[in-house]
Design a protein around this ligand. Sequence first.
Ligand SMILES: [Zn+2]
Length: 111
Amino acid sequence: MEAKGRTIMSCEYCNKEYGIYHKRNGYMLIEHNFCPMCGKPLKDPEPLTLEELKERDGKPVYCVGLDNNCFNGWCLVNICEKKVVDSEGDYWEMVKYGKLFVCYDREPKED
Ligand SMILES: [Zn+2]
């Protein structure tokens, strides 16, 4: 499992490395939706697994509601309260993860 801890991500257009995905820490060192080398848009991020979400305690994730679009945006993971909380205090309950909402480590592109 340790060997899978780090995955180097490379751009599908220019093949340059643009970031490192740290499986153990549950976050990806990618701040943009485009390749910093060639500027082409990156593939959409995969939704985090519940395990990956829990590993991001205190860190930001991008939430997307599966039922409606009224609560999409950046939230903070709060393991203590089993919630993912946005800047206005609204929250998703973690028990509903994958049913009512999913989280990403960066903002997915609009279709
Ligand atoms: Zn590139």
